[in-house]
Write a protein that binds this ligand. Structure first.
Ligand SMILES: C[S@@+](CC[C@H](N)C(=O)[O-])C[C@H]1O[C@@H](n2cnc3c(N)ncnc32)[C@H](O)[C@@H]1O
Length: 282
């Protein structure tokens, strides 16, 4: 059954009054889909959910996390990572320092993907990596760097596609062992990222909607993939402006594969392949 806007707003209002999450800037369409999934998973109808939320602050927090949509993957959209592999070399290979921010990093797979790529390109020593999300539970999981691959067999396929494959060698793959980056536990079906890579990352809870400036340096790369899609257009434009302000000249912004922005020139951004390049106006 399709939820009414009033029902969606009621759920959001109760959650907001019981947690420190703000959902009023999220698209109602996306919230409606997520609440419908919650109803299905909890086997409740909307009135029963509202009644439970009204008396259960823990449930409010739990549902808030479900509304945030944490889906992610190691080397998600490998073709994007392949293009990034070529562009990072060109754009940043002469920099002494490379500042990278993963905004909306979820459980961290995207951040560790970047670490592996930078290491293969021999740029990791110069990298300063900040990873943020509003969901503290996701950040705690990210810090552990341990992932179950049973339901994520793409982890290995994507790793091969990005780290082992070199498009210039045709079908020939570089023999990069998984053990360079993580331990595979075939009994538990988990991978565990090596400690030395985890230590390269600064994890911070940061809310893109209730923005606070926590940054000391401007970035060379901001990755904010599959996050803007959940916000309404007003907040999307506000965020693009803030991302642009926090990018160095000739730096890049990476959005999700299906996330397009209109009027990017207004924010001094130029679209190139799957990326936006920041150009400071004269
Ligand atoms: C679909 S995941 C994207 C993860 C990763 N960037 C990727 O593309 O694989 C969206 C993430 O955005 C985070 N998010 C949602 N609202 C946010 C906000 N207001 N501030 C910061 N992060 C937020 C969610 O908690 C979730 O972890």
């Amino acid at each position: 059954m399709k939820l009414t806007e009033n029902e969606i707003l009621r759920v959001v209002a109760i959650i907001q009054s019981n947690t420190d999450f703000t959902f009023e800037y999220y698209s109602t369409l996306s919230l409606g889909r997520r609440i419908t999934k919650v109803l299905y998973d909890f086997e409740l109808d909307i009135n029963a959910l509202i009644a439970k939320l009204e008396v259960d602050a823990d449930l409010c927090k739990k549902v808030a996390y479900l509304l945030l949509v944490g889906h992610t993957d190691l080397f998600r959209n490998p073709e994007m990572w392949q293009i990034l592999k070529q562009n990072i070399i060109d754009l940043f290979s002469k920099n002494d320092d490379i500042y990278i921010w993963h905004a909306g990093c979820s459980t961290g797979e995207e951040v560790y993907s970047m670490i592996m790529l930078l290491n293969e390109l021999e740029l990791l020593d110069r990298a300063h990596i900040l990873a943020t999300d509003v969901n503290q539970d996701a950040l705690e999981q990210a810090k552990l760097g341990e992932y179950n691959y049973k339901y994520h067999l793409d982890y290995f396929k994507n790793f091969d596609e990005v780290i082992r494959r070199n498009p210039f060698y045709g079908t020939l793959y570089n023999a990069v062992p998984y053990s360079r980056y993580f331990t595979v536990n075939e009994v538990n079906k988990t991978i565990k990222i090596h400690e030395q890579f985890k230590q390269k990352i600064t994890w911070v809870r940061h809310d893109l909607v209730n923005w606070t400036d926590i940054f000391e340096d401007k970035f060379n790369i901001i990755m904010c993939r599959n996050v803007l899609i959940y916000f309404n257009v007003i907040i999307q434009f506000e965020l693009l402006e803030k991302f642009s302000q926090n990018l160095q000249d000739n730096a890049i912004l990476v959005l999700g594969k299906d996330e397009e922005i209109a009027g990017e020139q207004k924010y001094n951004l130029e679209k190139k392949d799957l990326f936006y390049i920041k150009h400071t106006q004269d």
